[in-house]
Structures are given as structure tokens and as C-alpha cells.
Design a binder for this molecule. Structure first.
Ligand code: FAD
Length: 353
């Protein structure tokens, strides 16, 4: 069955909800299609101990402040899921969960959105599919020889799953530091942390609030032609959230330079020495989940879709929301996605009237 609407939003996480909030304010008819059977986006899949790197009041979507979580300065992932469930209900957003979009293609003056439950004819599409479903693993020689367990950030849950084991955590970003800290503080896991370059901890008093301010100031400077300012990257990579700080201060977070090769039983370091391991946790990042946009042929030779703000340069009826700074400063954060969502909805309204 084919249904018609002004706008289809693909993705029912925080970016999809923020888009819905602003499309409603623009008076547009829309449907949100989300592959996860339940609300909450990636937050429902995070590991048990994960907490936000900003306080609740600095982690809100447009229109509704995230309530504080009793006893926690930095809310946990479950609190974010509750907030998103409530947000969706409060604004009565038409989200069809459990609906995966396989393709978006051109069909004359409409875009055809093909999902596993039906097809939608839309005048515009907002893609807000995040990156959680596209974990990235680097091509390290010997990776396929290793006989132990290999998992990515997306599969990690809790230290108890590794009790008594030797675990190598790979990756010098926030996920790597937090998972290495989680395992090390547990006391029952032998942790080795391997990073491509020396981990750079942000000063202890810097959390997500400051990162957001820096990202916004950088974007503004670029927009006003004042050139690039010192971006977030210049400050460091790792937010010193309380468990990371505790593990670091206890001397449990000492990284070794990335190993060049895996063996059947573990890793071989650059100096030729070896360490046996039971498991490798690859905290090596994500790529945007954009496979459904392939029929539109928008990728350049580097595989990138060019955008002007959130609007795809090669298809003005398509907006990309929430993937990172290339779709709006800090747009891959709770507090940062509101602004580009508002701008996308405004541009779609202008296009459709
Ligand atoms: P997601 O939450 O991933 O939602 C995308 C939705 O799209 C999913 O529900 C998925 O099922 C659906 N989808 C995917 N493909 C399709 C398809 N083809 N058809 C239909 N639906 C589809 N941000 C902060 O503000 N504060 C933090 O402290 C913070 N910590 C983070 C910690 C980690 C470990 C990670 C990975 C990210 C963190 N972020 C944080 C960043 C960001 O806020 C989250 O990644 C957030 O989940 C991004 O929201 P999203 O809506 O863009 O994507």
C-alpha cells in the first residue's frame, strides 16, 4: 500500500523526534519511520554504566527540558530513553516504530520511501538514521586469525561478561576510555588499552556544555567568514566523566600505542612482544547509516554526501540531520540537534509552499 504525506522522517531517535517537533510547528503533514521496535534510538542499546557527559538541563531537545535524574548530575542512558519516550508522547509525534526504510528514490516530483511495511510518497525526506547501526572496525592484519571474542562498542554491556578474562580495549576516544575504565574499575578483568595516538583527556572541569559552546562558536566563525577557530578537537578527545577520572587517577588508564597485528592468541606489539587475550573490544567509531539513500546517487568519490547545512546539495528535497558537524554544529548531540532540525523544517516549508 502506498501512502502520501508532505514529509517522511527516516529514523525515530532523538534527531527524528527533533525533526518531528519542528515539522509540526511549521504546520506540515509528516510521518516518522523508525527501525527500532521501541522508542529511544541508540540510547536503548548502550552499555549499563553509560552516563551522559552533560547534566540533564544541557541535554534537552527543543521545547522540553530534560528533567534531572535523582542522585545523578550526569543522567544514565535509561533516563534518556524515558525522556525520549515522554517527548514522543507529549508532542503526539506520529512515529511508526519497527519500520525499516530500505530505499529512498526519486519518482517525478515526489520521493518514494520504501519500507518493510509499506511505501510512502513524500514531497521531502529527512534522513535521521544516526550511526549506531554502522559500527566501524579497522582492517588490522590478523584480525580474522584471532580465536578469542571480538566485539564492538555496540555489543559491550558490562564487566561481569568478562570476569577473569584478559581484555584488550582499542580506541582513544570517549567510548574506548569509558569502556576501559568500566572494565578496569571492576577489578575482575585484566585490561589493556591500545590507542593510535596518546589519549588526550580534556581538563576535568570541561564537560559537554563547553564542547557544545566551542562547536557553536566555531560554526559561527566559519559562517561569518572569520576563518576556522580552535575547534573542540584542540581541547582534547576524552571527556573526564567521573569513572574515567577515577580510573585515570588510580593509574588504571594507561594506554599503549596501537599494536600492528593480531595473532591467533592475542596481539603482537610493534617491538615484537606478544600479549595473550581472551577478547578484543573495538571502540573504533561509527559511520553514518546512509544505505537507504543509495538510489539517489548522492555520494561523491570519497563516499560523502555534500550538504549545505542539512540540505543535500544534489537533492534539495532531502535533509540529513544529526550525523555530526557536517550536518550542523554538534548536531549528533541531544542539545545540538534542535537548531539544525528547526532550520531543516523551515527550509522544507519554504520549498513546499
Ligand atoms: P540514533 O539514536 O542512532 O537513532 C537513529 C534511529 O534511526 C534508530 O532508532 C534506528 O533504529 C533508526 N534507523 C536507522 N536506520 C534506519 C532505516 N534504514 N530505516 C528506519 N530507521 C532507521 N550525545 C549527547 O548529547 N550527550 C552524550 O553524553 C552522548 N554520549 C554518547 C555516548 C556514546 C557511546 C555514543 C555512541 C553517542 C553519544 N552521544 C551523546 C551522541 C548522540 O547523542 C547519540 O549517538 C544519539 O543516539 C544520536 O541520535 P540520532 O537520533 O542521530 O541517532
Amino acid at each position: 500500500m502506498t501512502q502520501s504525506t508532505d514529509v517522511v522522517v527516516v529514523g525515530g531517535g532523538q534527531a527524528g523526534l527533533a525533526a518531528g517537533y519542528h515539522l509540526r510547528r511549521q504546520g506540515l503533514d509528516f510521518t516518522v519511520l523508525g527501525a527500532d521496535p521501541a522508542p529511544g534510538g541508540a540510547w536503548q542499546h548502550m552499555w549499563d554504566s553509560l552516563h551522559l557527559f552533560s547534566p540533564a538541563e544541557h541535554s534537552s531537545l527543543p521545547g522540553r527540558l530534560m528533567p534531572t535524574q535523582p542522585g545523578e548530575t550526569y543522567p544514565d542512558a535509561g533516563h534518556v530513553v524515558d525522556y525520549l519516550v515522554d517527548y514522543e508522547k507529549r508532542y503526539d509525534l506520529p512515529v511508526q516504530h519497527g519500520t525499516r526504510v530500505g530505499a529512498v528514490r526519486r519518482d517525478g516530483d515526489r520521493l518514494l520511501v520504501e519500507a518493510d511495511t509499506g511505501t510512502w510518497r513524500a514531497r521531502a525526506v529527512v534522513s535521521a538514521t544516526g550511526s549506531w547501526s554502522r559500527p566501524f572496525l579497522p582492517a588490522v592484519p590478523g584480525r580474522h586469525l584471532f580465536a578469542g571474542r571480538q566485539l564492538h562498542t555496540v555489543n559491550y554491556r558490562r564487566p561481569a561478561d568478562f570476569a577473569g578474562q584478559r581484555v584488550v580495549v582499542v580506541g582513544g576516544g570517549n567510548s574506548g576510555a569509558q569502556i576501559a575504565a568500566d572494565l578496569a574499575l571492576d577489578g575482575h578483568v585484566e585490561v589493556t588499552w591500545a590507542t593510535r595516538r596518546l589519549p588526550r583527556f580534556l581538563p576535568d572541569d570541561i564537560d559537554g556544555r563547553i564542547l557544545f559552546d566551542v562547536a557553536t562558536a566555531r560554526r559561527r566563525a566559519l559562517d561569518e567568514g572569520r576563518g576556522d577557530t580552535v575547534g573542540v578537537a584542540s581541547l582534547g578527545d576524552i571527556v573526564a566523566v567521573p569513572p574515567v577520572r577515577a580510573a585515570r587517577d588510580a593509574g588504571l588508564l594507561t594506554a599503549r600505542p596501537m599494536f600492528p597485528r593480531l595473532t591467533a592468541t592475542g596481539i603482537r606489539w610493534a617491538d615484537g612482544s606478544r600479549s595473550d587475550a581472551d577478547a578484543i573490544v573495538w571502540c573504533t567509531g561509527f559511520r553514518p547509516a546512509l544505505a537507504h539513500l543509495a538510489p539517489l546517487n548522492l555520494r561523491d568519490e570519497r563516499g560523502h554526501i555534500a550538504t549545505d547545512g542539512t540540505r543535500a546539495v544534489g537533492e534539495p528535497r532531502l535533509h540529513l540531520l544529526g550525523y555530526g558537524d557536517w550536518t550542523g554544529p554538534a548536531s549528533a548531540t541531544l542539545i545540538g540537534v534542535g537548531r539544525p532540525a528547526r532550520e531543516a523544517a523551515r527550509q522544507i516549508r519554504d520549498l513546499l509552499i
